[in-house]
Design a protein around this ligand. Structure first.
Ligand SMILES: [Zn+2]
Length: 161
């Protein structure tokens, strides 16, 4: 096994930040354990939260002297925004319906009129688990080809073919 280089370690940290930013909006699911109410799709599912995440990343990355901290902070905001956009495309049957997408400019919830992803259940029973597995499989059917195309495009750019 080859020794890891500094660049590989840097890429691992960068990838972890981007993936973490894409997953972070769902931290609001944990708030249910505080008061029993559904907080999903509120402030964390907004463009404002994505901008705040990027700003926070910029401050922390600059303090840690990361190379290209500004670009990585911008990527953090974009990654956070992909979560908001993908959740916006969900069928939503869990009140509050829709996303607080324009927070802090608006506290209204917005919902796509033609959802392409299936509803995700929030219960911990077998029926909901099966329904969520079907929803995840459908998301894979739609998104894996996009991921493949992105990786192929990157590979072609890196090799110059
Ligand atoms: Zn979400």
């Amino acid at each position: 096994m080859a020794a890891r280089t500094g660049d590989e370690l840097y890429d691992w940290k960068r990838a972890a930040l981007i993936v973490g930013a894409a997953l972070a909006p769902d931290v609001d699911l944990l708030f249910r354990f505080v008061d029993g109410r559904n907080h999903h799709n509120n402030e964390t599912h907004s463009i404002g939260a994505a901008i705040l995440a990027g700003a926070l990343a910029a401050v922390v990355l600059r303090a840690l002297h990361f190379a290209r901290a500004g670009a990585l902070a911008f990527a953090t905001s974009v990654s956070w925004t992909t979560h908001v956009v993908l959740d916006y495309l969900n069928r939503d049957t869990n009140p509050p319906i829709g996303l607080m997408a324009l927070w802090p400019l608006s506290a209204d919830h917005y919902k796509v009129p033609w959802p392409i992803f299936l509803d995700i259940g929030r219960k911990l029973d077998g029926e909901t688990l099966v329904r969520n597995l079907v929803a995840a499989a459908w998301e894979g059917v739609l998104l894996v080809p996009l991921l493949w195309a992105a990786l192929r495009y990157r590979s072609l750019r890196l090799t110059g073919e």
